[in-house]
Design a protein around this ligand. Structure first.
Ligand code: AMP
Ligand code: ZN
Length: 115
């Protein structure tokens, strides 16, 4: 837990969110400002700032996030067409919330390169 971290507050249910996935280590909740028909943020319950701050001991948590994404994508039926997973890191990556999160974007085609 990190004081004043908005995603830690979502985990502790101190602020409302639309949680669509949960296991021991991970929650997935709908992004407040979706950019795709499916836009869900998958985050560790442990406060980790970004991919750049992952330690070896966090390996099982990171696996759980990716497995959760894949499981949820199958559950809602977006696997066949495919989807995108993005994690922004730091200033140049465009990260605005400093709690590790993976955007799951689906339900439309996504293009490359991103902006
Ligand atoms: P990033 O820019 O990669 O750090 O992504 C942060 C994401 O968190 C943005 O897509 C925001 O729309 C989303 N976001 C911020 N606050 C909330 C919230 N309270 N509930 C759901 N999504 C949020
Ligand atoms: Zn946090």
């Amino acid at each position: 837990m990190s004081e004043n971290c908005i995603f830690c507050k979502i985990i502790k249910k101190e602020i409302n969110s639309n949680i669509v996935y949960e296991d021991n280590n991970v929650i997935g909740f709908k992004d407040l400002n979706p950019v795709s028909p499916t836009h869900v943020l998958f985050i560790p319950k442990k406060h980790i700032q970004s991919i750049d701050h992952i330690e070896l001991e966090d390996s099982s948590i990171i696996s759980a996030i990716l497995l959760g994404i894949s499981k949820y994508a199958k559950q809602i039926g977006i696997s066949e067409n495919g989807y995108r997973v993005v994690s922004n890191i730091g200033k140049f990556g465009g990260q605005t919330v400093l709690h590790l999160h993976f955007h799951l974007l689906g339900g439309r085609a996504h293009f490359w390169p991103p902006g």
